[in-house]
Design a protein around this ligand. Structure first.
Ligand SMILES: Nc1ncnc2c1ncn2[C@@H]1O[C@H](COP(=O)(O)OP(=O)(O)OP(=O)(O)O)[C@@H](O)[C@H]1O
Ligand SMILES: [Mg+2]
Length: 270
């Protein structure tokens, strides 16, 4: 069974999508089978791996409404072991339509359950809100990865997210936990950045990734070419830092016993 990670932060523009694409691609490049789920109507994770609106026939919305199975929605990418369930603006409709549905918080979890045995990791890119879509992602997930920028007030936003996570854990999903906090667009020369990092570490301890993602223009260019950064520029700082984060992520999976059954089995083979 796949381990499911939601990349979430209700604050906009903090690097959720960049992290979802490049963590998924980096983990996949290490030989793991990974499904990237675009769960944001903006569709940026989809276009970032080559599925612009015109190339999406069936989207995650169709899997939620039952018009298609999730398996029919999933598409391959330029990386052999990376797959994507694309989203389009249709997904805005789901937020409204699901409001009156029974078990409206479980639609994504139910859809992912139909494919979970085929992947080692499933990475969900969440929209910038704590609405019904993010709730569905948190109910489906085993862990949450929180990308954040090292700015003043960042901690205030984090407390809204952690209280939502606590509520989801209590009401719907007891296994949910924070897998990690990742600093994005980090500039180590700024004292504010280091101060904020130190504050967040006081609160989250070793959940904060040791690797910070620097601001790197290649990371912002790659999506317009429909590529994860490691296929766009293998040697740039953005590629190196996301590969380092992926390795840290995989190490933690082993260390904390979080490894999915599939990767445990793979590791046990001679
Ligand atoms: N490390 C980085 N270096 C340079 N640019 C970055 C970096 N990370 C993200 N960006 C750019 O910052 C912008 C916001 O990033 P991204 O789309 O990943 O954030 P987001 O949290 O998904 O946004 P939203 O809340 O709208 O979904 C994008 O233009 C992206 O290319
Ligand atoms: Mg995004």
């Amino acid at each position: 069974m796949a381990r499911i990670v939601a990349v979430a932060n209700q604050k906009g523009g903090v690097g959720k999508t960049t992290t979802a694409i490049n963590l998924a691609a980096s983990v996949a490049s290490r030989g793991h089978r990974v499904l990237l789920v675009d769960f944001d109507p903006q569709g940026n994770a989809s276009s970032g791996v080559g599925y612009t609106r015109d190339k999406v026939e069936r989207s995650i919305y169709d899997a939620l409404t039952g018009d298609a199975t999730l398996a029919e929605v999933i598409r391959p990418t330029d990386i052999d072991t990376l797959f994507v369930a694309p989203a389009t603006t249709d997904l805005v409709g789901a937020e409204i339509e699901l409001i009156s549905a029974d078990s409206r918080e479980r639609y994504l979890a139910d859809a992912l359950a139909t494919v979970a045995d085929q992947y080692e990791y499933i990475v969900i890119d969440c929209p910038p809100s704590l609405g019904l879509l993010t709730l569905n992602a948190l109910v489906a997930a085993d862990g949450v990865l929180v990308p954040m920028q090292a700015e003043y007030f960042a901690l205030e936003g984090l407390s809204a997210l952690t209280s939502t996570i606590d509520k989801v854990k209590a009401a719907y999903n007891p296994r949910l936990q924070i897998d990690g906090v990742l600093f994005t667009m980090f500039d180590a020369r700024l004292s504010v950045a280091n101060q904020v990092r130190a504050e967040v570490e006081k609160f989250f301890g070793e959940k904060v990734f040791g690797e910070n993602i620097p601001r790197n223009v290649r990371l912002s260019e790659a999506p317009s070419h429909g590529k994860p950064v490691l296929l766009y520029d293998l040697r740039c700082a953005g590629t190196n830092s996301y590969l380092a984060v992926a390795d840290e992520f995989l190490e933690r999976e082993l260390k904390y016993g979080l490894a999915s059954a599939a990767s445990r089995d793979a590791g046990a083979q001679p």
